[in-house]
Design a protein around this ligand. Structure first.
Ligand code: BO1
Ligand code: ZN
Length: 254
């Protein structure tokens, strides 16, 4: 298969036509234009608290850091269907500039976490990723705050072990829900795509309103630890916001 990169991002649709589609992600959320939908129930997570004796693979894939998740984690509420977790990963900027993928009222946040799930009615992620209701990604923004975040530290403390592309290590289980906001009632919802090739337009996105706080040192470790194929620092691994093409963004709150 071909090798895409963030420097190439304006040309992804040459090799991956879906990247030029009309339901692409990420987007800017214009809060004055969201539609309040009382039907959007709180997101319910199950199985997210993992025992320390369960080891998870953490990998530098050249585009991001990926933590593989056991299929015991699932979204069991808030969506019309049930979705099983497969992995989580992050998008970030540099020491100089923020690097979230989604923006809110034009504001970009320091970084963004994506927890990727697929619909349990399909047999695998691969089958689900080409179905209109196949995928659900939970997204949350990361900002610098006053104190160290112990949940993010479980990942960040391993980044030095996976500096090179393809390197992986094992992380002890912890409460994965700690990587997401306490408040799972307040979120935006829209239909979009994978934010990297193949850009399949099969993702039901949830973007939480509450942000996650990391210490300045933790944010520095996130943006300065990993390298790409060319042994450059892996930074600014976010896609620019895409046109809504008439899509509606729903809000669970007023
Ligand atoms: S994202 O959450 O929209 N940034 C996103 C973007 C791309 C993927 C996942 C989430 N890619 C897919 C790969 C598959 C892989 C799967 C799960 O992630 O295309 O090959 O199996 O890790
Ligand atoms: Zn992502």
């Amino acid at each position: 298969h071909s090798h895409w990169s963030y420097e190439d991002r304006e040309h992804w649709d040459t090799d991956y036509p879906d990247c030029g589609g009309t339901m692409q992600s990420p987007i800017n959320v214009d809060t004055a234009r969201t539609i309040f939908s009382p039907d959007l129930r709180p997101i319910q997570l199950s199985g997210y608290s993992l025992p320390a004796n369960e080891k998870l693979v953490l990998k530098n894939n050249g585009h991001t850091v990926v933590l593989e998740l056991p299929e015991s984690l699932a979204i069991t509420g808030g969506y019309a269907q049930q979705y099983r977790a497969v992995q989580l990963h992050l998008h970030w900027g540099s020491l100089l500039a923020p690097g979230s993928e989604h923006t809110v009222d034009g504001r970009r946040f320091g970084a963004e976490i994506h927890v990727v799930h697929y619909n349990t009615k399909y047999d695998s992620f691969k089958e689900a990723m080409v179905r209109p209701d196949g995928l659900a990604v939970l997204g949350a923004f990361l900002e610098v705050g006053p104190s160290e975040n112990p949940y993010y530290q479980e990942i960040l403390e391993h980044l030095y072990e996976i500096e090179g592309v393809g390197q992986q290590t094992l992380v002890s289980g912890f409460n994965i829900a700690g990587l997401l906001p306490d408040n799972l009632k307040l979120y935006f919802h829209y239909n979009g795509s994978l934010t990297t090739p193949p850009c399949y337009q099969t993702v039901k996105w949830t973007i939480f309103n509450q942000t996650m706080k990391l210490s300045r040192d933790q944010m520095s470790i996130l943006v300065n630890s990993l390298r790409t194929d060319d042994s450059d620092l892996l930074q600014n691994n976010y896609r620019p916001v895409q046109d809504l093409h008439g899509r509606w963004v729903l809000a669970s709150f007023q």
